[in-house]
Design a protein around this ligand. Sequence first.
Ligand SMILES: [Zn+2]
Length: 250
Amino acid sequence: MFNAEINRTLTAAADLINTAEGLKSAQDTPDTLSSVEGLKAYLTEREPELEWPTTTANKKQLEKVRSLRGQLHTVWSSAPVTAPSGLEIINKLLEGVGTELVITEDEGEAQFRERPIPVSRQISDVITATVAAALAHLVTSEETGRLRICRGDDCEAAIVDLTRNRSKLFCDFGNCANRAHVRAYRARQAAQKNNDGAAAPAQKPRRLTKPSSAEKAEAINRPKSATAVAAKEFRDRMREELMQKREKKS
Ligand SMILES: [Zn+2]
């Protein structure tokens, strides 16, 4: 969406936020940035072009990166930036960060770029400068709405929408998109049932959207014949009993 540098920086920033403990696609995930090893692992998994080395990773740097993670979480949670208060954190991160002009190659084309100069070569300062510059670019191009929290139920994952049509609403941790589709489908079904109950028009409402793959899968699983219905009821009852037994045990 933006230039390659900004894309990879924003992705790395969202990944940093997601190292925190919390719900990702209805799964509890632990804090993976709780040790210097955790910080090194995070840095190693970055795209090499970011040039975020592990060499200065130590306890002090870990604390600083963890603090940056908290600040970025606040930026993401309150995006889009629409008021001056939304600029406070980003301006704080930009403190002391300089700019130099360079010529880089992006997909085979040489281009002029601004590159942030961090306060020091310590990793927390390098990450802060790179991310702050990318966020500044988002603010000035009025694109902070691309910083989002996943719309999935029981999910707190930070995402960055790099699609042209601003269509990314869900994270890639699990099946958030699929779960939301199934939920919407059930809601539509329930609404239709209510409609059918009313005496009004006998005509079936025309579908306006194509069924999603999740809906198709559910339609296939829906029993059709009387014996299939009975079999499904039996299975459901067995599952219910099993769950009750398990609950009693625990
Ligand atoms: Zn999610």
